[in-house]
Ligand binder design. Structure first.
Ligand code: TPP
Ligand code: MG
Length: 381
């Protein structure tokens, strides 16, 4: 596992990757902001982002418990990656679009995906926007410009590139951001997506959460590239490498990348260096392949605690605010779970919806059969 290098960048507004150690950091180890790189996030936005980071962590813990209790089938969390996820979403405009990976529910909620809709998806009930056809954590929300989760590794990279290119052809100003992990940068889709985006200057931000692991495969066993940013350079894509546990740095890098894309300067690859503090998902046991000592240096850089300290130092947050937020999160969660558990499963005949614009005759016939129910047993052998 590559250890983080927290060397500070001293030159240029943006950090062009020339060496392995270049890393944009704004919230310094001593808790102060680097005045030369401070993106000046508005106080209200900063508080909104912090509350979303706390809620994201709360949900990871509670949803894991629901899975262990057998009430939902699965959850894929983002413990330790909250700054990379929330900071990037905060830097986008409402008109922009996100092609997610699978760990970014906090970004979807920040962009306005209704909370109840997220919980309903985990239960696959009648109110689930995916109509119960998907695994939990495969939510979608058109209103939040959030495309459905594409879990085969890397596929969303090409989808986002094509979508961004189409926006450009239509003369729109929207930017497309796509999330993926370090492992996905070794997929075919990554190479074709970045190559195409580089050549056609598609207005896309490639946000790689480099969390050190692809399930049980460590970084150095799946790529020989010293950094992910190098891979962007190989395709002529502007590449920056940021401290992914620094909300301010991620925000800064993504805002700059989105500005470049909007101004017609093409794509950027943002490598957010972070660490997957939990298992890959509730189906995984990292104790089987990872030494617990690896977590220690990253615990010192806990992305949520770093922002909390900053806010407290600046009299923007208190212990009483923490207590009030905890109570609010608890109440909202319990109410949403109760509502989801009291909602029936989708009607079986909804499986015929959304597949064809006009349902062919043989499927209309099958739908009628489903609606009529089981045929009576006529006996015989
Ligand atoms: C094509 C394909 N192969 C394998 C899998 C199983 N799989 C799911 S996630 C994952 C690892 C992805 O690692 P990374 O891209 O680093 O993202 P992370 O999970 O660390 O966020 C794998 C191998 C899959 N979903 N799709
Ligand atoms: Mg990974």
């Amino acid at each position: 596992m590559l250890m983080p290098e927290m060397s500070e960048e001293t030159e240029g507004e943006r950090v062009a990757i020339s060496a392995r150690g270049s890393l944009l950091q704004v919230l310094r180890e001593d808790g102060t902001l680097d005045p030369d790189k401070n993106p000046d996030i508005e106080d209200l936005d900063l508080l909104r982002a912090f509350r979303q980071m706390v809620e994201t962590r709360f949900l990871d813990e509670r949803l894991t418990r629901l899975q262990r209790q057998g009430r939902i089938g699965f959850h894929v969390g983002c413990l330790g990656e909250e700054a990379a996820i929330i900071g990037s979403a905060l830097a986008l405009q409402t008109e922009d679009w996100i092609f997610p990976c699978y760990r970014e529910f906090g970004a979807a909620l920040l962009r306005g995906m209704p909370y109840q809709s997220f919980i309903d998806n985990l239960y696959g009930n009648a109110n689930d926007t995916a109509k119960g056809r998907q695994m939990p954590d495969h939510y979608t929300c058109r209103d939040a410009h959030w495309v459905s989760i594409s879990s085969p590794v890397g596929t969303q990279i090409n989808q986002a590139t094509g979508f961004a290119w189409a926006s450009k052809l239509k003369g729109e100003t929207a930017v497309t951001l796509v999330y993926f992990g370090d492992g996905a940068t070794s997929s075919n889709d990554f190479h074709s997506g970045l190559n195409f985006a580089g050549v056609f200057k598609a207005p896309v931000v490639f946000l790689c959460r480099n969390n050190g692991w692809a399930i049980s495969v460590p970084y150095e066993s799946q790529t020989a590239s010293p950094t992910i940013a190098h891979k962007g350079q190989a395709y002529g894509v502007h590449a920056v490498r940021v401290d992914g546990n620094d909300l301010f740095a991620v925000y800064r890098a993504v805002r700059d990348a989105a500005d470049r894309a909007r101004a017609g300067h093409g794509p950027t690859l943002v490598e957010a260096l972070t660490y997957r503090m939990g298992g890959h998902s509730t189906s995984d046991d990292p104790g089987a392949y990872r030494d617990a000592h690896e977590l220690e240096p990253w615990q010192q850089r806990d992305p949520v605690e770093r922002v909390r300290h900053y806010l407290m130092d600046h009299d923007m947050w208190t212990a009483a605010d923490d207590a009030a937020l905890d109570a609010e999160l608890e109440k909202r969660f319990l109410a949403a779970v109760e509502a989801a558990e009291n909602t029936p499963q989708p009607e079986v005949d909804t499986m015929f919806d959304d597949v064809y614009e006009k349902l062919p005759w043989h499927l209309r016939e099958q739908r009628e059969q489903v609606r009529r129910g089981r045929r009576p047993f006529k006996g015989g052998g």
